[in-house]
Write a protein that binds this ligand. Structure first.
Ligand SMILES: Cc1cc2nc3c(=O)[nH]c(=O)nc-3n(C[C@H](O)[C@H](O)[C@H](O)COP(=O)(O)OP(=O)(O)OC[C@H]3O[C@@H](n4cnc5c(N)ncnc54)[C@H](O)[C@@H]3O)c2cc1C
Length: 330
């Protein structure tokens, strides 16, 4: 569910006017955030989740999830996160439809300014996820979940004996393209340059796969279809020639961007701006934990994100227990 905060800008908002002290604040309502909320709620910590712009996170965008255990027939993405939410709320978690705008992690409690108020948090769990990079071409947004996908592991199965286009030339594009040949009849890899960026072994594997073909120096300029993808408009970047190609699916692998801009200068990040956490989900600031895709460039699944969320909450609980024990003995 996309939340509308229209009409409110950071400058005109009430950020900073009202404040609330919470023990556990969770940024993000995707699988990581809602799993963290469940664990913190069951420890009687009354966690507050800031939902952000996308209640339920990325998984709410997908039609069916077939690889989350416990649902042998699959489950709707939206339905799955609603179940996560319901379960967390049952134990006392609260979801605020608000967005963190600014954080100060140098102060204790941590200060998080959102649109409607300022939160003062004893512990913070960052589960702001990541956003797959988009092509930003006509038809992409409208057909997401209807043939446009950013996840072959998730959606590949729906393309049994179908023709698909994969956009990208890096490791992900080739890895996912090769994976898609398990299902698809054909996989056309569309890459804007004349050479692939992917590693040599992957390139060899892809070239040897009879289902894979390559379209170099080519970009997708439009994705066409009503209720499902039917065609893509392609353009050769050298000659300018344009043509239409029939396809049942478009898989886009042109990188992911973690939603971590808010923490720049305060939390350690890798070169691609993923938050760096230790094995206990802790960032470089004690009491600030991170989970899910904001801190995970590798797995990017509902189950792994949920697992990281649960782990982060367990450590946040431990952190609060230690701090209150210190206070008692002081
Ligand atoms: C189309 C699609 C289909 C997919 N299908 C599958 C599948 O079938 N199986 C599978 O395992 N995985 C699937 N995935 C991947 C899966 O959705 C992600 O791995 C998972 O959602 C990541 O969870 P997360 O909680 O880390 O982050 P996200 O789901 O990205 O959630 C991030 C949350 O943070 C919030 N947020 C961001 N910034 C702020 C802020 N400043 N303040 C407050 N909140 C903020 C957002 O609103 C959102 O609620 C799919 C992904 C896509 C895009």
């Amino acid at each position: 569910m996309k939340i509308s905060l229209s009409g409110v800008s950071p400058l005109s908002s009430g950020a900073g006017i009202e404040s609330e002290h919470v023990r556990v604040l969770i940024l993000g309502s995707g699988p990581a955030g809602l799993s963290a909320a469940l664990y913190a709620a069951r420890a009687d910590l009354n966690p507050v989740v800031l939902a952000g712009m996308e209640m339920g996170g990325q998984v709410a965008l997908t039609y069916t999830v077939e690889n989350y255990p416990g649902f042998p027939e699959g489950v709707g993405g939206q339905e799955l996160v609603e179940l996560f939410q319901k379960q967390a709320e049952r134990f006392g978690a609260r979801i605020d439809f608000d967005l963190a705008l600014e954080v100060n992690l140098r102060e204790r409690p941590f200060v998080i300014k959102a649109y409607s108020k300022t939160y003062l948090a004893d512990t913070l769990i960052i589960a702001t996820g990541a956003t797959p990079n988009h092509l930003n071409v006509p038809g992409e947004k409208e057909l997401t979940g209807k043939g446009v996908s950013y996840c072959a592991t998730c959606d590949g199965w729906f393309f049994k004996d179908k023709d698909v286009v994969v956009v990208g030339g890096g490791d992900s594009a080739l890895e996912e393209g090769i994976f898609l040949t398990r299902y698809a009849r054909s996989v056309a890899i569309v890459h804007r340059r004349d050479t692939l960026r992917a590693g040599a072994i992957l390139q060899k594997r892809a070239r040897e796969n009879s289902k894979i073909s390559f379209l170099f120096n080519t970009i997708v300029t439009e994705i066409i279809g009503q209720d499902a993808v039917r065609q893509v408009r392609l353009r050769n970047v050298q000659t300018g020639e344009e043509w239409l190609r029939d396809t049942d699916g478009v898989f886009i692998f042109i990188g992911h961007s973690p939603n971590t801009q808010l923490f720049e200068g305060q939390l350690e990040m890798d070169a691609n701006r993923y938050l760096i956490v230790d094995r206990l989900m802790q960032t470089n600031i004690p009491g600030v934990f991170a989970a899910g895709e904001a801190a995970d460039p590798y797995f990017r699944q509902v189950i792994t994100s949920a697992g990281m969320g649960a782990a982060a909450a367990m450590r946040a609980i431990h952190y609060l227990q230690e701090r209150s024990a210190e206070k008692v003995s002081a």
